[in-house]
Ligand binder design. Structure first.
Ligand SMILES: *[C@@H]1O[C@H](CO)[C@@H](O)[C@H](O)[C@H]1NC(C)=O
Length: 315
């Protein structure tokens, strides 16, 4: 900060800085050098201590981390160069070294059910699972106070945000893409914490009971409507087929006779059946030239009296 001010302004600012902070960049460099010297002395002392208490100091100095762990070591408050140590044995100096173990295994976080208001104002309860792991042990210790806790809180809020941006039908039908989107957002945000989000799975979307009923009714109505349309279409096709059949039959009178007899034989399956055998009108037309009611018969207005001779009954 102080250097920025000095570079941007004139000498009076420099004087001011010197006055307030007790010195300029020269002083800062001095402090760093003093620190280094001090650190060297302390390191030598620590080594001396180790050598003096030789067999026992080994118990303190050698540490072991598991295959899946790393140790981030701070010597006098500064990160030791060479990154995180491990797996296996590593060495620390007593009194001046502090270290933190970091577990690199994948962790599972079960996001508790979140009551979310969707974009179309429906309250749904959503829960999800997040799989994440530490990808860079040093960063996960140095850049964030508690990487796991932060990741979990962020996962919760991200879930709420994403669900709040979408309408209900999208939430129900596009879980896969929502998971992907959430994973991308989380991964990007946790990158600076040395956390790698591997997977996000949306477990469950629970709707209010009333809405469930309404949706069920809607689905039922839609299905019924479809069934009606299908039935109507079937009828249309059937009637068309019937018309074609009637046209074929109408083309030749013999076909009608055959069809007629076929129907008769179908009816006569049982042994005792009464058959009403109507004789076609054109059979008797030659004998009825003088019959007055013929015109009436032809126009299908048949009185009971006139019908009788046309319909002999066989048993
Ligand atoms: C962790 O991050 C630091 C700082 O960005 C980098 O120097 C180091 O190489 C990284 N370590 C690994 C294992 O990626």
């Amino acid at each position: 900060m102080s250097t920025a001010i000095i570079n941007g302004h004139n000498n009076s600012t420099e004087d001011f800085t010197k006055h307030v902070f007790g010195g300029g960049p020269d002083n800062a460099e001095k402090v760093v050098e003093e620190n280094k010297t001090c650190g060297k002395i302390l390191t030598v002392l620590a080594w001396g201590l180790v050598v003096l208490t030789m067999p026992f100091s080994l118990f303190v100095c050698f540490k072991v981390v598991q295959e899946y762990e790393r140790a981030v070591i701070f010597r006098l408050g500064r990160l030791l160069s060479g990154g995180a140590k491990g797996p296996g044995i590593f060495f620390i100096l007593p009194c001046i070294d502090a270290y933190a173990r970091v577990d690199l295994r994948t962790r599972t976080y079960d996001i508790p059910p979140q009551e979310v208001l969707t974009k179309d104002s429906v309250t749904v309860s959503v829960d999800a699972v997040v799989y994440y792991r530490v990808s860079n042990a040093t960063v996960s210790i140095a850049n964030v106070e508690n990487a796991h806790h932060s990741t979990r809180l962020l996962a919760q809020t991200t879930l709420r945000n994403i669900m709040g941006q979408r309408p209900l039908h999208e939430i129900l039908s596009e879980r896969e893409s929502i998971s992907q989107h959430m994973k991308a957002l989380l991964d990007e945000a946790t990158d600076s914490w040395g956390i790698n989000v591997e997977r996000v799975e949306i477990k469950d979307v629970r709707l209010p009971v009333q809405l469930q009923r309404a949706m069920a009714a809607e689905a039922e109505a839609a299905r019924e409507a479809r069934a009606k349309v299908i039935a109507a279409e079937g009828e249309q096709k059937a009637s068309r087929a019937l018309r074609e059949a009637s046209e074929v039959i109408g083309d030749s009178p013999a076909a009608l006779q055959l069809r007629y007899l076929q129907t008769m034989s179908k009816i006569c399956h049982g042994k005792f059946s009464t058959i009403v055998f109507p004789i076609p009108l054109n059979f008797v037309t030659p004998f009825m030239k003088d019959f007055k009611g013929l015109d009436l018969l032809k126009s299908n207005v048949v009185s009971d009296k006139n019908k009788e001779p046309l319909v002999p009954i066989a048993q």
